[in-house]
Write a protein that binds this ligand. Structure first.
Ligand SMILES: Nc1ncnc2c1ncn2[C@@H]1O[C@H](COP(=O)(O)OS(=O)(=O)O)[C@@H](OP(=O)(O)O)[C@H]1O
Ligand SMILES: [Mg+2]
Length: 471
């Protein structure tokens, strides 16, 4: 283990209270923090839990982020923590990586009720998040290559879906491949949009050949995985890893390999959307949005808008982060905090067939929104909303349309961890535990917590008016 890449915290339960004995980010004065508490442990057997925070890259940003997630986890188990972080630049010595604690109490931790410390605190999805980011980034590279060729091709017409097919399947193969390579010891279940049925047909041989080449080229160019090229049979098998039914037990990955197919064809927005369910709840999500500008889409600066390619990532209780697909450091993002609908703008589907533009218009008007709708494809809407590009997202498909979990899982947690809330049109949280579909019969609305009550009322009033027979 590379000690310098970890923040270590030790603690236990004493008289019903959670006590942090101490901890250190060891061995390097680049991590000059010590967390220490009361009752230094006399032996390892008194330690009930240890939390190791994996930090991918050494640096203070990562340390701050790890500490943030630490605080969030304490909140998660209903513990109020009053922490003093002590700057110990000079006292952490390289030779003393196991600096555990000081004798002075620097922490007060109160537990309002008995808590299951071990189970709650130990739950970390850091490894899965790293794997998910890697998988979505690689898939994005494949999609970018295909979209570039598609846009440059003279013969390409919008009705020709074949490049999309190649990119859809290729993206699904790469995500499935990377997750299994990166997490070899974990059971693998994937709920994904594509299956191999059509590809196994005689007339699809050329398409399968193209997908296989694309996937192998992308893996070879990346250089991380020293594997012999995948065969066409391997590709078919890997695609069919995505046929899981999901559900409320265990962990399931949820993937839309290209969300926003129509946007992809137009050269507009699309996303590679990957989430992880644990016991029916979304616990992490990654959205790779190759065409989304790194700056707010409301920016007036054309030069800034030309720089595109965002990767959003969120893990339960750890916040939402955005980085560039080229690998800039992640920055924490937050939804717009406006309470004033007059200041708010709203997102909706680009395609009118996917969401009623007239209903969203009526809701926005009732709420007092002045700005015209911003129409973009795919879950890029959730990503852009998580950093405050707009304050509201409204989605009202035709009656009878069944929403799939892969169209919302990643976006749902990206929004929730950025301080927003996504619900059905009645205000109920989305339920991802029911299999491949969301059980909804209204629509999906997303905004910040302050605006949600007013939005819900406007939605309910508009739906009632719509249901009335016109006079
Ligand atoms: N009829 C209908 N009603 C509602 N929704 C539908 C419908 N048909 C498709 N879809 C799903 O919409 C996904 C595209 O996302 P958006 O609707 O947000 O984007 S946009 O319409 O492209 O602007 C799109 O995702 P992809 O199929 O991955 O592109 C579909 O899952
Ligand atoms: Mg989709």
């Amino acid at each position: 283990m590379l000690w310098r890449h970890y923040l270590v915290v030790f603690g236990g339960m004493r008289s019903g209270q959670l006590v942090v004995f101490g901890g250190a980010s060891p061995s390097s004065n680049r991590f000059p923090y010590l967390i220490a508490g009361i009752s230094p442990p006399t032996s390892l057997s008194t330690i009930d839990f240890q939390i190791w925070y994996h930090m991918c890259k050494a640096g203070r940003g990562q340390c701050g982020r790890a500490l943030h997630s630490l605080e969030s986890r304490w909140e998660m188990v209903s513990i109020t923590a009053v922490a003093r972080l002590v700057h110990l630049n000079s006292s952490i010595k390289r030779s003393n990586p196991n600096l555990l604690s000081t004798t002075k109490p620097l922490f007060t931790l109160k537990s309002s009720s008995p808590v299951s410390v071990n189970s709650s605190i130990a739950m970390s999805y850091d490894d899965q998040l790293i794997a998910a980011k890697k998988a979505a980034s690689l898939a994005a590279r494949l999609c970018q290559k295909v979209q570039k060729g598609l846009l440059q091709s003279d013969v390409q017409s919008k009705s020709d879906k074949s490049p999309v097919t190649v990119a859809d399947y290729g993206s699904q193969v790469l995500v499935s491949f990377v997750l299994q390579r990166e997490l070899p010891s974990q059971a693998f279940s994937l709920v994904a949009e594509e299956d191999s049925r059509d590809l196994r047909k005689e007339e699809s041989q050329e398409t399968l050949r193209r997908i296989t080449k694309l996937v192998n080229d992308t893996i070879a160019n990346d250089g991380t995985y020293n594997v012999s090229p995948l065969s066409e049979a391997d590709v078919l098998t890997i695609i069919d890893c995505g046929t899981s039914e999901g559900g409320s037990n265990g962990q399931h990955w949820v993937l839309d390999p290209i969300d926003g197919t129509k946007g992809f064809l137009r050269g507009d927005q699309y996303a590679i959307a990957l989430g992880l369910l644990d016991e029916g709840k979304v616990v992490l999500g990654v959205l790779a949005c190759p065409n989304l500008p790194l700056e707010s889409i409301r920016s007036q600066d054309q030069h800034a808008l030309n720089k595109a390619g965002c990767l959003f990532s969120a893990q339960l209780s750890c916040g939402t982060y955005m980085e560039s697909l080229d690998g800039s450091p992640p920055v924490k993002v937050h939804v717009s905090d406006t309470e004033d609908p007059e200041e708010a703008s709203f997102f909706e589907s680009y395609e009118a067939a996917h969401s009623s533009h007239s209903l969203s218009g009526a809701i926005a008007k009732k709420l007092g929104v002045k700005a015209p709708p911003v129409r973009i494809d795919s879950q890029a809407k959730y990503g852009a909303l998580s950093r405050g590009d707009a304050a509201i997202y409204l989605r009202f498909p035709n009656k009878g349309y069944r929403e799939k979990i892969w169209d919302h899982a990643a976006g749902y947690i990206v929004i929730a961890e950025a301080g927003g809330v996504a619900s059905d049109a009645g205000g109920k949280p989305l339920d991802f535990s029911k299999g491949r579909y969301l059980d909804l019969d209204t629509g999906i609305i997303v905004t910040n917590r302050k605006l949600m009550p007013a939005l819900l009322k406007a939605v309910q009033d508009s739906l009632k008016e719509q249901a009335l027979p016109s006079l």
